[in-house]
Ligand binder design. Structure first.
Ligand code: ATP
Ligand code: MG
Length: 260
């Protein structure tokens, strides 16, 4: 990969794939995580590997939610840790959120490997190892969270969450921000704010919006939250994937390098 020039039309996609491979080798990412990556790549390809305007609106609404929160928590799984560890740490600092490792397939080894990996990338305290609370409505292993982390949170950012857990978190009344490239997945469908975008673009984008919105009056942040159109954003993303791409996008299309 080091020989791949940044000008290569698929550079970002290949770099992302390489990070996931490294995640598997380091014991951070699961085999299921590899499959999830493949599914995400397919959706991203169809989106033209760019952030839709509605996904940018969603990222801004997410930033406003995180800034308004009493206790925001960023949930990290094996794919998130492999792909965007620096961005998780940076966003957590900007919105003053906790970081909690939360795995679909929880093993002590993988939990610890991810905590260590995040700390190597500058994280302070990383939650998740206590596992002293449960989210109701899920089988035992899948329900485990930290009582003073996700258990206490009012706003949770759950990138690439699976559908069951997204539903269970929403059912206990938490404001849920999901990042998922599939607008039809239950995770995206149950989120308060679904960001249909690649995590590698979405996380830095939320941070940029959070920096811009930090320090503004609560009413202004509340207005950003209220004007976000959840159903409209999901519909736009679905139509973009189904082929409703704009002519004007062709120039910046990484698949063709501008050629038609
Ligand atoms: P459910 O309907 O229960 O949500 P699912 O079909 O979404 O199930 P998962 O295994 O949770 O099943 O799928 C992983 C999801 O993560 C897929 O929707 C995929 O598009 C998305 N995904 C994978 N990689 C990325 C990424 N880098 N950025 C954003 N989304 C991603
Ligand atoms: Mg899903």
């Amino acid at each position: 990969l080091s020989e791949l020039p940044e000008s290569h039309p698929r550079y970002l996609s290949l770099r992302t794939r390489h990070r996931i491979e490294e995640g598997v080798e380091k014991g951070i990412t699961s085999k299921q995580g590899l499959i999830a990556e493949g599914r995400g790549e397919a959706f991203d390809y169809l989106l033209g590997e760019r952030t839709l305007p509605t996904a940018d609106d969603a990222a801004r609404a997410a930033a406003a939610h995180l800034l308004l929160a009493r206790h925001p928590v960023i949930s990290v799984n094996g794919n998130v840790a492999a792909l965007v560890p620096e961005d998780v740490v940076e966003l957590a600092a900007v919105v003053d959120a906790d970081v909690e490792v939360n795995l679909f397939n929880r093993t002590d080894e993988r939990m610890q490997a991810i905590v260590d990996h995040l700390r190597e990338h500058g994280a302070g305290e990383v939650k998740g190892l206590n596992g002293d609370a449960r989210i109701p409505g899920l089988d035992h292993k899948r329900a485990v969270v930290d009582a003073d982390g996700i258990g206490d949170a009012d706003v949770v950012l759950v990138p690439l969450e699976d559908g069951d857990r997204a539903e269970a978190l929403a059912a206990v009344g938490k404001t849920e921000i999901v990042v998922d490239l599939n607008p039809l997945s239950r995770s995206a469908q149950t989120a308060t704010v679904p960001i249909v975008d690649n995590i590698v673009r979405a996380l830095p984008n939320i941070t940029t919006h959070a920096r811009d919105l930090a320090g503004r009056p609560r009413e202004e942040l509340e207005a950003v939250v209220e004007t976000f159109d959840t159903a409209g954003a999901l519909a736009e993303a679905e139509s973009a994937i189904r082929g409703g791409r704009l002519e004007s996008d062709a120039e910046s299309d990484p698949r063709t390098n501008g050629e038609r």
